[in-house]
Design a protein around this ligand. Structure first.
Ligand code: TEU
Ligand code: CA
Length: 550
């Protein structure tokens, strides 16, 4: 494979299909809706699109519970629509990355229906079944979605493992027949023209088959120590490469999964035997306490800055990471890291500058290019997310009131990221002519693509010009990165260099203006781009981002 593969220079646009655009008025986003918006996607200047799962599924976890790996969920469309979408993307020079969930299937997948039917069924050990301990589950592992990671099956008097929902039984990668079935699934999509694969929860496919109790109540610690980075992980990834991926050398693979750390990241990556890149979550969990998502803790800008330098050091020259500030699993980036009130535009454009000037492949979540913000649930029952609904069930057991839980869910819950894309000021934000499957953010008349398309000062216009700028400055993708040390906490500055091209990025990560002590930054330098229309000497305004030539 060339040492300059397409994905090192690419910017990826993540689409949550259910919320992108509804073409047939049933209130649900679909593939034909994405086809209708291909020119919008092209005009962004992105190089690839990543689709969240579109396979047949009972939708217990937004499609991450697959019941048929080789067909499209009917409400999203058909395989014919899929082929037309691939064609439409490729015609525009845009690649397609699919999301494959290989750590678990749906409990409605025929494999599990068979497996559950009897302990002697040939599909039984496609999954993990174990006798209970005393009157309880085999061990004390908690599920990501509350409760035990084991579900009792009265028919066989055994438990089955599910790190996520009980409708997402974990697949048993110890079974070579199962592994081959999954490799065949990969080949099915690669043969259909898919250019890349996002491998969901790949960090957890190798289990500690002795299933020891976790010693800690810190959930992220339990993930790192017991769920992720199991003994045969590298072996399985290598086998996947040799069995199928190496026959499609242009296919990009990005591994996703909790428990990938700076210490173990390079283990996942290898030209021949590993993945091309990994998502790292360092910054995405730093405001989560021991209880996980609904146990928020304060985060600091120094922690945030440190995450980026830690990961750059960890990945170094050989490794390659993806960079993201938001996706379908986290709150909207401008609400979480920026200021979606007084400095909405400035902080959204600063975050986009950060995202698009880091080393690695940036993944931009659809909606962040127009500054879409968090939504607001006034009742937990308005949530469509199993993680939030189950989280509320667990919170009640601890005596939490609905208002207390809602404050946490509205801060960090996944519903924030899944509101329909805001296309225009029309009804339902122009997303659907029907009744949307989930509530459109009430600020859609103010925040929408139509309103921003023609406005040169909009977030959308800034994003588009930033993408063009990035394409004409290779140091921003494959160049080295050097963080400027000893700066005030609110100031984040780093250089990017390749050969004689050297840029300085300066970000005032704050609501407060800053008197800029020029001697702290490398120079001399000249302004190339900024999210403010002018530059004040020795002063940075709130959320001011600058890119300068050194
Ligand atoms: O998420 C796996 C993961 O990294 C979790 O920590 C994730 O943040 C999730 O919200 C639980 O907190 C992947 C998918 O991105 C997620 O949407 C799925 O729910 C999950 O796997 C199970 O397939
Ligand atoms: Ca539809």
């Amino acid at each position: 494979m060339s040492n300059n593969p397409w994905w090192k220079h690419a910017v990826v646009y993540q689409i949550y299909p259910r919320s992108f655009y509804d073409s047939n008025g049933d209130g649900i986003g679909d593939l034909r809706g994405i086809i209708r918006k291909l020119d919008y996607i092209r005009d962004l200047g992105v190089d690839a699109v990543w689709l969240n799962p579109i396979y047949q599924s009972p939708l217990d976890d937004g499609g991450y519970d697959i019941s048929n790996y080789r067909d499209i969920l009917p409400e999203f469309g058909t395989l014919h629509d899929f082929d037309e979408l691939v064609e439409g993307l490729h015609q525009r020079g845009i690649r397609l990355i699919m999301d494959l969930v290989l750590n678990h299937s749906s409990d409605e997948h025929p494999w599990f229906v068979e497996a559950r039917s009897s302990p002697t069924n040939p599909y039984r050990d496609y999954y993990f079944w174990k006798k209970g301990r005393g009157s309880g589950p085999p061990n004390n592992w908690p599920s990501f979605f509350g409760g035990s990671a084991w579900e009792f099956d009265p028919q066989s008097n055994e438990y089955y493992l599910h790190l996520f929902s009980r409708k997402q039984p974990d697949l048993n990668w110890e079974n070579p027949r199962l592994r081959q079935e999954l490799y065949d699934v990969l080949e099915f999509w690669l043969k259909r023209g898919v250019d890349g694969l996002r491998l969901d929860v790949i960090s957890a496919i190798s289990k500690r088959t002795d299933f020891p109790d976790t010693y800690t109540h810190d959930f992220n610690e339990t993930i790192r120590k017991y769920y992720a980075n199991g003994p045969r992980l590298k072996e399985f990834i290598t086998e996947m490469r040799h069995q199928v991926l190496n026959r499609y050398p242009a296919c990009m693979t990005v591994g996703e999964g909790p428990g990938i750390t700076p210490e173990n990241a390079l283990e996942y990556l290898d030209e021949q035997n590993g993945l091309n890149m990994i998502f790292h979550f360092g910054h995405m969990f730093m405001d989560q306490g021991p209880g996980g998502r609904f146990d928020p803790v304060a985060w600091s800008r120094s922690d945030f800055k440190r995450v980026f330098s830690t990961w750059n050091r960890a990945l170094g020259e050989n490794g390659w990471g993806s960079v993201f500030l938001g996706n379908h699993d986290f709150a909207r980036m401008v609400s979480r890291w920026g200021n979606d009130g007084e400095f909405w535009r400035e902080s959204a454009t600063l975050l986009l500058t950060l995202l698009l000037t880091q080393r690695g492949t940036p993944f931009i979540f659809a909606g962040d290019e127009i500054g879409m913000t968090n939504t607001w649930l006034s009742r937990v029952t308005d949530s469509h997310d199993i993680e939030t609904l189950n989280g509320w069930r667990e919170a009640q057991k601890k005596g939490m009131t609905e208002q207390e839980f809602l404050a946490r869910a509205n801060y960090s819950g996944r519903d924030n990221a899944r509101t329909p894309f805001q296309w225009s000021a029309d009804r339902n934000g122009g997303f659907t002519t029907g009744n949307p499957w989930t509530t459109v953010n009430p600020n859609a008349p103010l925040i929408n693509a139509d309103r921003q398309k023609g406005d040169p000062d909009s977030i959308l216009s800034y994003f588009r010009s930033l993408l063009q700028f990035r394409k004409s400055h290779p140091c921003l993708s494959v160049g080295t990165v050097e963080v400027v040390a000893h700066l005030p906490e609110q100031l984040f500055a780093y250089t990017r260099q390749i050969g004689s091209e050297k840029l300085l990025i300066v970000l005032n990560f704050s609501n407060d203006p800053l008197i800029l002590d020029d001697s702290l930054l490398p120079g001399p330098r000249s302004r190339l781009m900024s999210n403010y229309s002018d530059v004040l000497p020795n002063r940075l305004r709130p959320w001011e981002a600058r890119i300068e030539q050194l």
